[in-house]
Design a protein around this ligand. Structure first.
Ligand SMILES: [Zn+2]
Length: 357
C-alpha cells in the first residue's frame, strides 16, 4: 500500500509521533554523532520510510531549517526531489522479487567507496532490511566495516527480528512508534473533519497512521461507502448476496474486501458477545439495530464466522481461484444475521475445503 519511499515528504511537517526521535537525531547530527548505520524498526504504516527519507534529505541538504528539515530549495534538495541525487541510493527488491539482489548490493558498495559527488555525505536506504540475503549482507558488511568518507546507511524493517543478526548487530536501532489514538485523531481531524469516516478509517487500519490516511482519500472513501452500503443491503435482505459477491469479485480489491470482512466480523462479535461498546462504525447503523440483526445467532456462530473471515482474507489476498465463491460464502451468512452459521457451514471454521486442494 505504501509507496516504497515517499520522496515528496522531506519538507512537510514531521509527524507528531516521530518528533522525539527526530529531535534526538538532530542533536546527534549537530554533535557529529550520527551512526554509520541505523535500523528503523516499527509496525507497518507508521511512517518509517517517510522518516528515512527526511533523514536522508536533511543530511544531504546544504542549508537545513532550524528544526533540521531539508530546505527544499538548495541544489541538493532539488536533485533529491528529482530522484537524481548522485549521493543518495535506494536499494530494494526488483519488482516481483522478494529479495534484494547481490548485484544491487555490490553496486551500492562500489558507489559508497567513492567520494561523495556533492562533497557531503553519501546516504543509502535499504528497504526492507529483511530482504537482504546472507550473501548480500556479507557484501554490505564489508562496506560498513570500511566506510570511505562519510556514509549513512538506513535500513528499514517492519519485522526487525527477521533481519539477519549479523546485519542487525552493526546497526543502531531506532524504534518508530505508532501514535496513540488521541494523537492520531488529532493529526487527521484537521484535514479530515468527517468524524464518521475518520472512525471508519481508524477501525480498518487498526491504528496505523498512514494506512488510516489512505482510507480517507476521496477514491477510497467512495469505495468504502459502496462496501458499507452493499453489506447493509445484504444484511437487511434488500440485496441478493450472490449478486453482490459477483460484483465485488470483479470490481473490488481483494485486499480491501478481505480486510473489510474481517473488521466487520470483529465489529459484529464485539456487539453480539460483549453487548456494549461504541456504536458500529463500518455500517451506517446504531448499536441496537445491529444487535437486533444478530439476535438469532449464538456466540459460537459469531466467533466461527470471525475465524472463517480471517481465513477467507488470506485466500482472497493470495488470489484464490474461487474468489466469487469465497465472497458468496462470506455474504450469505450475513443475510441470515449469522444464524446457524456453524450448522450450515460445517467446513467453514478453518480454510474452506474446496479451495485447499
Ligand atoms: Zn536543501
Amino acid at each position: 500500500m505504501d509507496p516504497t519511499v515517499d520522496t515528496a515528504a522531506e519538507t512537510t511537517p514531521v509527524f507528531p509521533w516521530q518528533m522525539p526521535l527526530w529531535t534526538r537525531l538532530g542533536e546527534a547530527r549537530r554533535r557529529d554523532r550520527l551512526a554509520h548505520a541505523y535500523l528503523l524498526a516499527g509496525p507497518p504504516g507508521v511512517g518509517k520510510r517517510v522518516l528515512a527519507w527526511r533523514i536522508a534529505a536533511s543530511v544531504l541538504c546544504r542549508s537545513p531549517l532550524a528544526d533540521d528539515r531539508a530546505c527544499g530549495q538548495c541544489p541538493d534538495c532539488r536533485l533529491l526531489e528529482a530522484g537524481t541525487h548522485p549521493d543518495c541510493a535506494v536499494v530494494e527488491p526488483e519488482s516481483g522479487k522478494a529479495q534484494i539482489s547481490i548485484e544491487a548490493v555490490r553496486e551500492l558498495g562500489a558507489d559508497l567507496t567513492q567520494t561523495a559527488h556533492q562533497g557531503g555525505m553519501r546516504v543509502a536506504l535499504i528497504v526492507p532490511a529483511e530482504a537482504m540475503t546472507p550473501q548480500s549482507a556479507n557484501s554490505l558488511l564489508k562496506t560498513l566495516e570500511e566506510p570511505h568518507g562519510r556514509v549513512l546507511l538506513i535500513l528499514i524493517s517492519d519485522r526487525p527480528l527477521a533481519v539477519l543478526p549479523t546485519l542487525r548487530s552493526r546497526c543502531q536501532r531506532l524504534d518508530c512508534p505508532a501514535p496513540s489514538q488521541d494523537v492520531l485523531r488529532g493529526w487527521l481531524r484537521q484535514e479530515y473533519p468527517d468524524e464518521r469516516r475518520l472512525l471508519r478509517a481508524l477501525t480498518l487500519a487498526g491504528g496505523a497512521p498512514l494506512h488510516t490516511r489512505s482510507y480517507l482519500d476521496d477514491a477510497e472513501v467512495q469505495r468504502l461507502d459502496r462496501l458499507a452500503q452493499d453489506s447493509l443491503l445484504v444484511m437487511t435482505g434488500t440485496a441478493d448476496p450472490l449478486a453482490v459477491a459477483a460484483r465485488w469479485a470483479t470490481g473490488e480489491s481483494p485486499d480491501l474486501l478481505g480486510l473489510w470482512m474481517v473488521r466487520l466480523a470483529e465489529e459484529m462479535a464485539r456487539l453480539r458477545i460483549l453487548g456494549h461498546g461504541p456504536p458500529p462504525v463500518l455500517l451506517d447503523l446504531d448499536t441496537r439495530t445491529l444487535q437486533r440483526m444478530l439476535a438469532r445467532a449464538d456466540n459460537e456462530d459469531v466467533l466461527a464466522y470471525g475465524a472463517f473471515a480471517r481465513q477467507a482474507r488470506l485466500w482472497l489476498v493470495q488470489g484464490a481461484a474461487q474468489r466469487q465463491g469465497l465472497l458468496e460464502s462470506l455474504l450469505i451468512p450475513l443475510a441470515a444475521g449469522l444464524h446457524a452459521f456453524r450448522a450450515q457451514n460445517p467446513g467453514r471454521t478453518g480454510l474452506p475445503r474446496e479451495t485447499t486442494s
